[in-house]
Design a protein around this ligand. Structure first.
Ligand code: COA
Length: 209
């Protein structure tokens, strides 16, 4: 499957989403990897993870980049050599990237009922406005928002539950806000999300996209 979606939140940011239909061999035949990336792929325990990783390289190609333009810092955060910001996500059948002139984050999650069981681990403030209506979809947006924000600025010790608050929203809003308060950091985030095929994709920025 080629590119599933291309979104341009503004003139200096874009989001690309891939539907991973290809086999591992098909992906390997289409992509040239740096030796360290090949080593990572070889060390992955699941084919699903390998396909997710490789499909991100298909997204990079769609965006005019290659594996050689990407590097990771010691925390595992990805960066582009041209100085643009990038964030990466993969979940089962989909992967996504956001590239921007600003600091940005992205997360794709499958909408699953079991998220209700772990809600208490990442929600506190948000219990005030979440209810049975659209509960799994709401929780998945909140979880995705917190993962996306974490990827933008992952200070050690940041707690999803205590330090990030997603401001009340309705599932159909497709946009919202969040705050992170942690030690000396107080930062406001702009959120946008979309739902497709049982998945939720959330992307975030500091300044508003
Ligand atoms: C690192 C983390 C954000 C990855 O998220 P995930 O939903 O498991 O997986 P995703 O596929 O969405 O994201 C993986 C990508 O995140 C990126 N990533 C990894 N570490 C990162 C970091 N420190 N900062 C930014 N991005 C990071 C990588 O690009 C990675 O993919 P790649 O290595 O194939 O390029 C997540 O595992 C994590 O540590 N979350 C915070 C933990 C936490 O506090 N949880 C609270 C639970 S209550």
């Amino acid at each position: 499957m080629p590119l599933y979606k291309r979104i341009t939140p503004n003139q200096h940011s874009f989001v690309y989403i891939w539907k991973i239909d290809e086999s591992l061999d098909e992906l390997l035949n289409k992509i040239q990897l740096k030796p360290e990336s090949q080593e990572r792929v070889d060390g992955m325990k699941s084919i699903q993870h390998q396909r997710g990783f490789l499909s991100v390289r298909m997204l990079l190609a769609a965006a005019g980049y290659s594996d050689f333009d990407l590097f990771y810092d010691e925390e595992g955060k990805p960066h582009l050599k041209d100085g643009k910001h990038i964030s990466i996500t993969h979940s089962f059948s989909y992967s996504g990237i956001i590239v921007s002139d600003e600091n940005v984050g992205i997360d794709i999650e499958m909408q699953r009922e079991k998220i209700e069981i772990i809600a208490h681990k990442f929600l506190k403030y948000e219990f005030e406005y979440t209810s049975e209506a659209d509960y799994v979809r709401m929780l998945t947006v909140i979880w995705g928002a917190k993962e996306a924000i974490y990827k933008m600025f992952p200070p050690r010790g940041l707690s999803f539950k205590d330090h990030i608050k997603v401001i009340p929203f309705k599932i159909g809003d497709q946009a919202g806000r969040a705050w992170a308060h942690f030690e000396e950091v107080a930062q406001k985030y702009q959120l946008e999300w979309l739902e497709f095929d049982g998945y939720t994709c959330v992307y975030s920025s500091e300044e508003g996209l």
